[in-house]
Design a protein around this ligand. Structure first.
Ligand code: C2E
Ligand code: CA
Ligand code: CA
Length: 245
């Protein structure tokens, strides 16, 4: 029931300029019987049921159509799309992604792809081969949920990854939690050594923003800036917020 699916977009802000630079595309499913089903729940189920290719195909079509719309309206931000474990190993699906972008006359630079650490640990060699292929075509990858898995920054050094996203579990209470502060500060120092950009997700207050700025974080995402919004609401938000223009 694809008419029950929709995409929402959450802004990412560049901490140096405090302006919107990107939008993360997040899927929503409103089922007639179940009501709202959280995406992390149904994505996991779709993976287990062998349905993830269909879900991701829908996400790719909708997100790229929206990206084309944003470009037509003169918006310059990039759009970030989430890929799941199985997607990274699916060459047919990844070729579809390239074809969709080409059809719309968009370049890979307009898109960022977010993948989690576990995706790479699962079948490292095939995943890395696919990442390298897409990187050669101009795609950029971010490691999502950084800090929740087992891989280290030293391991990421060998991957074509330009960005890490510190998981929101370390960021949401950053202003009050000394353990989180230590973890986030250390990740930012190391990322700097390895030349990686860092996005902090789950920024909910100004206290977290200040610490992240002091420690050299590059990008912010979280309810403090905006919750994920439908395209309509996003355009309204862009006209009135202080993070654009
Ligand atoms: P994620 O990729 O780590 O996405 C960030 C999640 O944090 C989103 O939840 C977002 O709404 C939420 N978030 C952002 N800022 C804040 C904040 O300040 N406070 C709090 N409490 N939460 C914040 P969402 O939309 O429920 O998505 C959950 C997960 O579902 C995503 O985690 C991602 O792993 C997965 N997901 C969502 N859309 C897609 C998709 O299109 N494809 C795939 N494969 N996975 C998706
Ligand atoms: Ca993500
Ligand atoms: Ca996360």
């Amino acid at each position: 029931q694809q008419n029950e699916l929709s995409m929402v977009y959450q802004p990412k802000v560049d901490l140096r300029t405090m302006k919107v630079c990107s939008m993360e595309a997040l899927i929503r499913w409103n089922n007639s019987a179940l009501g709202f089903v959280p995406p992390d729940e149904f994505i996991t189920i779709a993976e287990q049921a062998g349905l993830i290719e269909q879900v991701t195909t829908w996400v790719m079509q909708q997100t790229i159509a929206d990206l084309a719309y944003f470009r037509a309206k003169g918006y310059e931000f990039t759009v970030a799309m989430n890929l799941s474990t199985q997607d990274i190993q699916n060459k047919v699906l990844l070729r579809k992604l390239v074809a969709l972008l080409t059809q719309e006359g968009l370049s890979p630079e307009a898109l960022e792809l977010e993948i989690t650490e576990s995706d790479l640990v699962a079948d490292a060699s095939l995943a890395i081969e696919n990442l390298n292929e897409l990187t050669a075509r101009g795609f950029h990858f971010a490691i999502d949920d950084f800090g929740t898995g087992y891989s280290s920054l030293a391991y990421l050094k060998n991957l074509p990854v330009t960005t890490i996203k510190i998981d929101k579990s370390f960021v949401m209470k950053l202003a009050d939690d000394e353990n989180d502060q230590q973890i986030v500060h250390t990740v930012l120092s190391l990322a700097n050594v390895f030349g990686l950009s860092v996005v902090a997700e789950g920024v909910e207050d100004e206290g977290a923003l200040r610490l992240l700025k002091d420690w050299g974080c590059d990008y912010l995402q979280g309810y403090f800036i905006s919750k994920p919004l439908t395209v309509d609401k996003l355009e309204d938000w862009l006209t009135s917020c202080r993070y654009y223009h």
